[in-house]
Design a protein around this ligand. Structure first.
Ligand code: UDX
Length: 454
């Protein structure tokens, strides 16, 4: 790319998507690419509110906004069907307008390439119609994209029907080298939104097949079998590739750094970190069991409790829990997660297995206690436990509750498992190698820069 060209980066307007794409955007900018980053008005307001003045001053990319048509929705009602409709019906037109506006009225370089999250495929279609270069980004692991690409074969061999419902209670294996998937844990299986999620997966499949490059926050050595099933994939993770990049960039809420000082006072390898990303919610009953499980474990803990983590009501802790655990528990609304995971006092990560959390935990060699919630998270859990062997999975009882005793037992099992710790440290080294000079992701990123500059 000569200096007269510019890349527009467009994420899906939610926390777990904006954060990795903004890291990618910074990396591109540090490598000489002119980058404009398009946020929904909602996402932009959140990011700017959480960004320090110093970070704003040093921001190497240009931030612009578009309307996703959801501005009047309260925060907790943004992520349902309304947003899905909006990203197909409202967003593409508004992105097209934005590109035209930038290209006609700005004194800057024109947009000549769009890098967009595959989940906002309408943006890639806009770029194609306008004759711009297109690069897609898959915001989850390669295995979940490989699964979507295999939907026609799964229907053909009768494993699922035309609506994505499993026809038999059997496991699915895409290749001999990848973990089996329980048919009840497919990406789109969900009692209320299955039809919409299945159609979404099919559309993503078609969109992935139309572009020449799909970037993914992974590295070749982590899951070469799934990568091999996606002809146009370019693994460039774990993000951020650039060491000087502040890992908090792109967060929607201010990160409470008091927990870092608290961690400094804890012995090495002694604190359980518990965080469930930006959207997972619990029943009050399940929330109580988790609290009581942490208490029963006897370990110190750092727990991220978002104000909206309990479904449909304001959250309450079990009677006396806060007092009884005050000397060994720290609770925050939102943590500087990467800095926490990098801290030597952390012993394990109780996680919903969102892809970003998975890559972050792997990058710092932290063993996982897996508590998947929806979409790709069951798939990620299978990789963590069965393929990479860096974690254990929590099992629900017959009422669908993960009990305090299960939590205590699995914490004990995990912390006493030297094999898991050794595997986690080995993966951390592999991850580092991949982004260091000469590593697979480093080379892939270099080829991306070359492609964008061509
Ligand atoms: C969503 C989906 O739920 C997930 O399944 C998919 O793989 C990616 O998009 P989310 O649920 O938010 O993401 O989880 P995750 O992918 O783990 O991303 C959360 C991000 O928020 C991480 O980058 C994490 O570092 C950050 N975070 C989380 C904080 O900065 N502070 C916290 O306290 C918790």
């Amino acid at each position: 790319m000569d200096l007269h060209q510019r890349v527009l980066v467009v994420p899906f307007p939610a926390q777990g998507h904006v954060m990795p794409l903004i890291k990618l955007a910074y990396n591109l900018a540090y490598n000489g690419i002119n980058v404009t980053f398009a946020n929904s008005e909602f996402a932009e307001a959140k990011i700017l509110a959480a960004m320090s003045d110093a970070d704003k001053k040093q921001c190497p990319i240009r931030l612009v906004t578009y309307s996703d048509g959801m501005e009047s929705q309260p925060d907790d009602q943004r992520y349902g069907q309304g947003l899905m409709d909006s990203i197909t019906k409202v967003m593409p037109g508004n992105i097209e307008k934005l590109i035209k506006q930038i290209n006609c009225s700005d004194n800057r370089e024109p947009i000549t390439c769009v890098i967009a999250d595959l989940t906002v495929y309408g943006t890639l279609e806009v770029a194609s119609r306008m004759g711009l270069k297109q690069v897609a980004v898959w915001p989850a692991g390669p295995a979940s994209l490989a699964l979507s690409l295999h939907i026609p074969q799964l229907i053909k061999i009768g494993v699922i029907d035309g609506n994505g419902s499993p026809t038999k209670n059997e496991v699915i294996r895409l290749s001999d080298e990848v973990p089996v998937l329980n048919s009840s844990e497919l990406l789109w299986i969900n009692p209320t939104t299955q039809k919409a999620f299945f159609n979404f997966s099919l559309t993503i499949k078609q969109a992935a097949e139309k572009v020449s490059v799909v970037l993914c926050n992974t590295f070749d050595e982590l899951d070469s079998s799934s990568c091999a099933m996606i002809p146009n994939i370019l693994p460039i993770g774990p993000l951020p590739l650039v060491k000087k990049l502040n890992p908090s960039i792109g967060t929607f809420s201010s990160q409470d750094s008091t927990c870092l000082k608290w961690l400094d006072k804890q012995p090495s390898n002694s604190v359980i970190y518990i965080a469930f990303g930006s959207t997972a919610v619990f029943s009050q009953k399940q929330f109580n069991e988790l609290a009581l499980g942490l208490e029963l474990s006897g370990h110190s803990f750092l727990w991220v409790v978002r104000s909206n983590i309990v479904n449909g009501s304001s959250l309450e802790y079990p009677d006396g829990f806060l007092e009884r655990t005050a000397n060994r528990g720290k609770i925050v609304e939102w943590a500087p997660q990467e800095k926490v995971l990098a801290h030597t006092s952390i012993s394990c990560f109780t996680s919903h297995c969102g892809w970003n959390s998975t890559m972050e935990g792997l990058s710092y060699g932290v063993p996982f206690l897996c508590w998947p919630y929806f979409w790709d998270q069951f798939h990620n859990k299978s990789y963590i436990c069965d393929m990479w062997k860096v974690g254990l999975s929590l099992k629900a009882d017959e009422d669908g509750i993960i009990s305090r005793h299960e939590i205590k037992t699995k914490i004990d099992g995990l912390l006493n498992d030297d094999g898991i710790r050794t595997s986690a440290l080995k993966l951390m080294e592999d991850a580092k190698k991949s982004v260091n000079e000469g590593g697979s992701s480093y080379e892939n990123f270099k080829s991306l820069i070359k492609y964008l500059k061509a």
